[in-house]
Design a binder for this molecule. Structure first.
Ligand code: DGY
Length: 428
């Protein structure tokens, strides 16, 4: 790519960030997602740092200002009411003064804060902000291992697919058998008014998402009860690996900042979880797979959730196998990394997390591959990601075969990842 094209791309990405900036937080895209989403914000801060470091820290501070007393950081903060989204605060009814949902999302804050700190140009500001955020992140990590791993296995479970971020992955098809749809009442979806219904979860899946919300609401959002009461308890290797990476990252950061207790606790979480994660390796599929805690069995579904673990310090032979898997998937599509194995019968190139490629996943996987010394596959993913943007703009996700833009438009975290891809090599 020529310098001019790079500069134009950079500026267009900055424009998308500004378009969705609400001052102290950023919406993923107006219309479809008009509030603050947890892992969106953490990854968006990584893009914002290239424009304004103080603004990037603010994004994370705003999110953590809404952390629950028990330590959970919610998946959505409803800062300002917007009727264009369902389910809104009146459905969740979590009783917070600024309304939030009652479930969480992938724990990437530790990873993001560490990265912001490491590359900060304003070190004084970075020390002050990182020190403050460290405590909230540590409480969130402790929350995960306390409430989502009650039997102390080392790995945490999701109790709702929305927690995974990969809402309608093929991985949840089997565990969804245990989630009923009766008694949820009539409701009107809003997402399909903003994006094509063909690109979104089915209505049957939506019924189950809502049934779970209503079940948890009936238990007063009491995390002491929710895990065991949920008919959906899935151990997702990608989700756990992101948490492991965040634990390892804030352990190192805490060490630097002289917070020994936080450093030791998070190192212990990461080490225990890394050992347990290996139990989710499938020799048959040559990747990690999910485990259904309710049924007590693994879910043999070849999704990208089983490749994301390369983001954590997994053994080198596992990282090599994941790289080989990515190359294999790449033979069937133009634009890596699809969210599901394109050779699998359930692959659907346009439907959200059942096939499409997502730039945030590409970024996390490429970062992990580089840490494992697998630079060629990482570089290929980065190159294809930028080609995709030049062809199709800043969409929510893309058809990995045709490159067609899908879901929401002018998407913040896609723009943030572009800034990262373009500028990371400039970092000192
Ligand atoms: C949605 O509303 O589709 C979101 O993915 C839930 O977080």
């Amino acid at each position: 790519m020529t310098e001019i094209t790079k500069d134009t791309l950079f500026q267009t990405a900055v424009d998308v960030l500004h378009l969705n900036d609400r001052g102290t937080y950023t919406v993923p895209t107006s219309g479809l997602y008009p509030f603050q989403w947890n892992w969106d914000s953490c990854l968006v801060a990584l893009g914002q740092r290239h424009v304004d470091e103080a603004r990037a820290w603010k994004e994370l501070e705003t999110l953590f200002a809404h952390q629950w007393d028990d330590g959970m950081v919610p998946h959505i903060v409803f800062h300002e009411m917007d009727d264009g989204y369902f389910p809104g605060p009146d459905v969740w009814k979590t009783g917070r003064s600024t309304p939030t949902t009652g479930i969480t999302q992938p724990a990437v804050a530790g990873f993001a804060v560490n990265r912001l700190y490491e590359h900060a140009k304003d070190k004084t500001l970075a020390i002050e902000k990182a020190q403050a955020l460290l405590h909230g992140i540590d409480r969130w990590h402790s929350w995960f291992y306390h409430y989502r791993d009650p039997k102390n296995t080392g790995l945490v479970a999701l109790i709702h697919p929305w927690e995974a971020g990969r809402d309608n992955s093929v991985d949840w098809d089997d565990p969804f058998d245990s989630v009923p749809t009766d008694g949820i009442g009539a409701y009107q979806r809003r997402d399909t008014q903003h994006a094509s219904a063909e690109h979104r979860p089915t209505s049957e899946q939506y019924d189950r998402y809502l049934w779970l919300v209503q079940r948890f609401r009936s238990l007063g959002w009491d995390n002491q009860q929710l895990h065991d009461a949920s008919p959906f308890q899935v151990v997702d290797p990608g989700f756990n690996a992101l948490l492991i990476r965040s634990c390892a990252d804030i352990s190192a950061l805490a060490e630097t900042l002289g917070e020994q207790e936080i450093a030791a606790r998070n190192k212990a979480f990461a080490n225990k979880a890394l050992n347990a994660l290996d139990g989710l390796w499938s020799d048959r599929l040559n990747q990690y797979v999910c485990f259904d805690r309710v049924k007590g069995s693994t879910i043999e579904s070849p999704s990208v959730g089983g490749l994301i673990p390369v983001v954590a310090p997994i053994p080198k032979e596992r990282a090599d196998a994941i790289a080989a898997r990515i190359n294999e998937w790449g033979e069937r599509c133009q634009y890596l990394v699809p969210s599901h194995d394109p050779a699998d019968a359930s692959f659907d190139s346009k439907r959200y997390w059942r096939g499409p490629s997502w730039l945030i996943v590409n970024y996390l996987i490429a970062d992990g591959l580089r840490n494992a010394g697998i630079h060629d596959v990482a570089a290929n993913i980065e190159k294809q990601s930028l080609k995709l943007i030049q062809k199709s703009g800043f969409a929510e996700y893309y058809d990995p075969i045709s490159g067609e833009p899908c879901g929401g438009k002018t998407f913040t975290w896609t723009a943030a990842m572009v800034l990262e891809f373009l500028r990371t090599s400039d970092d000192a």
